[in-house]
Design a protein around this ligand. Structure first.
Ligand SMILES: [Fe+2]
Length: 375
């Protein structure tokens, strides 16, 4: 007997013989469990070559063949079989072509996985009609088949929970790697943004504060996970200023109409820089629309209301808040209350009133205590 053939408890030379040829050990186990107790001799082989050799040796009544196996396929084994064994073909795919091919190779029956114990029993009874089992044996076999089915389910459930556990472990590792990557990416974006900022006289920690305030506001709105990439947009919002001359950026007096036209291109220049990076799509919207106004009077596209991407609406509020609460060469920082009331005054015109309503009660938490005392 070959190493892959396993004699079951019902083995005996005078019993009808069923040979299971399948490279899948779980299927072999399942078929054996269903057929056990039927008064059959059950033998197994794990590939086509060994199956053929066993068939020659045992001259079985039924050969159960898996269609897809490494080496000889089930169809090929069926073609080469000698003797008068009936062939039951098992397949993982319900493909009429395969069924026709199996029939042409001599298969008498065909089952698509997963099949129920009942289907297998009925098919085997059809093929080994001479068995003529007494009714009580049939009843006993049916309940054995139900048990076998349950065992099969249990095996499948164990395998599933095992692979889910492995998947969870893998996801946790992946999440960690992504966090590290994200951190590295943020650092790169931060340095890029600071390069841009250094061209502008309006410096200090403006970018970093916009990022912190913007993310705090998104957290308050419970959108910090959904819009987490907006963080890059808060840092990069003025990236397009690399395309505007320093003379215009730092001009002390008012800008001419032409200078304004040039200045107003910076959201689109920035968008061209980052818009093609899939990872930065949400950020690119902040860059492109950070000068839009709620009433439609902003630029570059004059979008209004909810037509302005949400992260950009959030940004314009925190950007204005930071501008008002920091010292400028021409004026001192506004006290907190004044900044908050300016935001409320411009709710509905410059800013999204619903977001202002969320931001005003929380903005005091954002400022260092020294700034709050300034008023
Ligand atoms: Fe800007």
């Amino acid at each position: 007997m070959s190493e892959t053939s396993v004699a079951g408890p019902s083995s005996g030379t005078d019993l009808p013989c069923v040979l299971i040829v399948d490279d899948d050990a779980v299927t072999r186990r399942f078929v054996r469990a269903v057929l056990e107790g039927l008064g059959l001799r059950i033998e197994e082989a794990s590939d086509g070559e060994r199956g053929l050799a066993l068939a020659q040796e045992l001259n079985p009544n039924v050969v159960i063949l898996d269609v897809t196996m490494p080496g000889l396929s089930g169809v090929e084994v069926a073609r080469r079989l000698q003797g008068d064994a009936k062939v039951l073909m098992l397949t993982g795919v319900d493909d009429p072509d395969v069924e026709v091919e199996a029939g042409a190779a001599g298969a008498s029956a065909y089952l698509v996985k997963p099949f129920s114990p009942r289907e297998l029993l009925d098919t085997i009874e059809q093929l080994v009609g001479a068995l003529d089992l007494p009714d009580e044996d049939v009843a006993r076999t049916q309940s054995a088949a139900v048990e076998a089915g349950e065992r099969q389910l249990l095996i499948a459930a164990e395998e599933l929970s095992d692979s889910m556990r492995r998947e969870r472990e893998r996801s946790a590792r992946l999440e960690e790697t992504l966090d590290e990557l994200r951190h590295a990416y943020l650092e790169t974006v931060r340095s890029l943004a600071y390069v841009v900022e250094s061209k502008d006289a309006y410096t200090g920690q403006h970018l970093e504060r916009c990022r912190v305030y913007g993310m705090a506001l998104l957290r308050e709105m419970r959108l910090d996970q959904e819009l987490r990439e907006a963080e890059y947009g808060f840092l990069l919002h003025d990236a397009g200023k690399v395309g505007v001359s320093e003379r215009i950026l730092n001009k002390p007096g008012p800008l001419t109409a032409t200078e304004w036209r040039i200045m107003r291109t910076h959201p689109l220049i920035g968008y061209q820089m980052v818009g093609g990076i899939p990872f930065l799509r949400a950020a690119a919207e902040v860059v492109r629309y950070h000068h839009e106004m709620f009433d439609g009077s902003g630029y570059p596209e004059g979008l209004r209301g909810a037509g302005i991407p949400l992260a950009a609406r959030v940004f314009s509020i925190v950007d204005a808040f930071d501008a008002m609460t920091t010292d400028r060469p021409y004026r001192e920082a506004f006290p907190l209350e004044q900044a908050a009331s300016e935001l409320e005054k411009m709710a509905g015109t410059q800013f999204d009133p619903e977001i202002v309503e969320v931001f005003v009660p929380m903005c005091e938490r954002l400022l260092p205590s020294s700034s709050r005392a300034a008023g």
